[in-house]
Design a protein around this ligand. Sequence first.
Ligand code: E4P
Length: 220
Amino acid sequence: MKFFVDTADIADIKEMADTGLLDGVTTNPSLIAKSGRDFMEVTREICDLVDGPVSAEVVALDHETMMKEAETLRRIADNVCIKVPLTIDGLKTCKKLTGDGTMVNVTLCFSANQALLAAKAGATFVSPFVGRHDDNGFDGMALIRDIRTIYDNYPGFTTEILVASIRNPVHVLESARIGADVATMPPAVIKGLFKHVLTDKGIEGFTKDWEKTGQTIPTS
Ligand code: E4P
């Protein structure tokens, strides 16, 4: 399973990239606004920091302008992945861009039928939003399960399931159980995956006992 970080904060991206476990980055207009940075500039910086796909979202709602925005965005770097909304215009744009060899992430997916359309449009990634689904009384993980089943029914589909709007480590665990391809997570959720109270307790015990031995391990 690939791990993407869902942020436009450069310090957070650097910290995650340093773990060696980061496979990509997703951003959206809200995250760009939160960063307070210039969109083009921050996207360029992110693309320099990570080798994997960096999703940058178009903001136009019509196909023609989406294509023009995508043209500008894809010139930023080879690892830019154009993010388009799951609308007719968004999927038209997806089809055109992937046909030209550009990576596309189809975002704001809330139903299995929408995911089916994204796969038919040749999307590189589809982003079902599990957290927002749960927030509104739907079962986010049931959506991921349905999409996995549908995609597995048609081996010709190459679209990867990128679980988005992840709120906690359980969302990640369930996504992995189901066999989702990618999880994009806020930095705090990635950090949460490392944690276990028994790991901390174990380190504490081993450290105390080691100190009793009065020994050191040579480091050079
Ligand atoms: C995904 O690409 C989106 O940027 C993101 O996961 C949305 O998450 P939110 O529902 O927490 O805003």
